[in-house]
Write a protein that binds this ligand. Structure first.
Ligand SMILES: [Cu+2]
Length: 332
């Protein structure tokens, strides 16, 4: 059994085992693990997503990625809630379209990596194992000690435990910080960290949209772009939502090389929560500008049923894969 198999299949990561695999970290105990949901009791109206949504030749489906939140494994230590996550860096061939396949470097076999989700004030503990061949790391945005900043390369076959308090609440990102960072992120080593405020936000149909770019021929330019990893996926498979339902988008720009993009939604205005760090929107608009690593929570409802596009207003980027659509289903 490989290190990776043990890592994935063993429900408890004992300190002895972690040390054996070269993982180091803080204060691990073997307290009973329990699953705990952060989800509010009330639920939003969400059209049924087919379990077999198209994979387009990949090992993951962007339709699943959309509403897939990794709440980790929860345990109590010294009266404090600890939320543990597992991240494995590896390599996967991505089918970007029928003609182009791409050797991605990624976390947990998918691009983007899992959307990690915790509540403000909890302790986040991420067990990271690098099985990707190259040295990689995990660098989180948000507050943490220098030793947890994730700029130290973690050699192939070894690991690291990153531990820090979940703060501040908002929408953050993580990515590999090994040089050249543009290449490591461009290969797919990025994802989202959501830290929920102490009082939950109103119930909504929540989704993540991470914008990424692909330099498919190593010429220092992006040839293809995508929301949630696969170019044009949500154009081919529009996202079904209900009319009048509150929609909450967690939007993150992780496009390297191109310095800035916008996010534009057709036939609507969205309310903006910059970096997800406010509980009240700062303004409403239908286009918002984001430099690389910028992100916002956007909220809206659709007044009319039908199909409505979303895309950056840099049309070359949109027309090369960073384009999608909502299919608004009548509420009646
Ligand atoms: Cu890397």
């Amino acid at each position: 059994m490989s290190n990776l198999d043990r890592f994935i299949h063993n429900p408890l990561l004992h300190r002895r085992q972690l040390l054996k695999y070269g993982l180091t970290g803080l204060g691990l105990t073997t307290a009973t693990l329990a699953w705990q949901s952060l989800k509010p009791q009330a639920t939003a109206r969400i059209p049924v997503v087919p379990a077999n949504s198209p994979m387009m030749g990949n090992s993951f489906s962007p339709m699943q990625t959309l509403r897939d939140f990794d709440y980790g494994t929860v345990k109590q230590e010294n009266g404090r809630t600890v939320r543990e996550f597992r991240m494995v860096a590896g390599n996967t061939t991505l089918q970007l379209n029928t003609a182009v396949s791409f050797n991605s470097w990624n976390f947990n076999g998918r691009v983007p990596g899992p959307t990690l989700r915790a509540k403000a004030g909890e302790l986040i503990r991420v067990s990271f194992l690098n099985q990707a061949g190259h040295a990689h790391s995990l660098h989180f945005h948000g507050f943490h000690p220098a030793a947890m900043d994730g700029i130290k390369p973690i050699r192939n076959g070894t690991g690291m435990i990153y531990e820090f308090e979940a703060e501040p609440y908002g929408l953050h990102l993580y990515h590999c910080h090994v040089s050249p960072v543009t290449r490591h992120i461009g290969k797919g080593l990025y994802g989202m960290l959501i830290i929920d405020p102490p009082e939950p936000r109103p119930v909504a149909d929540e989704m993540v949209l991470l914008m990424g770019g692909y330099d498919t021929n190593d010429d220092g330019k992006n040839e293809l772009y995508a929301f949630n990893g696969v170019p044009d996926y949500y154009m081919m498979h529009p996202i079904e939502i209900y009319q009048h339902q509150l929609i909450r988008l967690y939007v993150l720009n992780t496009i390297e090389i191109d310095p800035v993009v916008t996010f534009h939604l057709h036939a609507n205005m969205f309310r903006v929560y910059p970096t997800g760090m406010t509980l009240q929107p700062t303004h409403s608009t239908d286009v918002i500008t984001m430099g690389t690593a910028e992100r916002h929570i956007l909220e809206f409802e659709f007044k009319y049923p039908g199909e409505f596009m979303f895309h950056p207003h840099q049309d070359r980027i949109a027309e090369n894969g960073c384009m999608g659509a909502f299919k608004v289903v009548s509420a009646t």
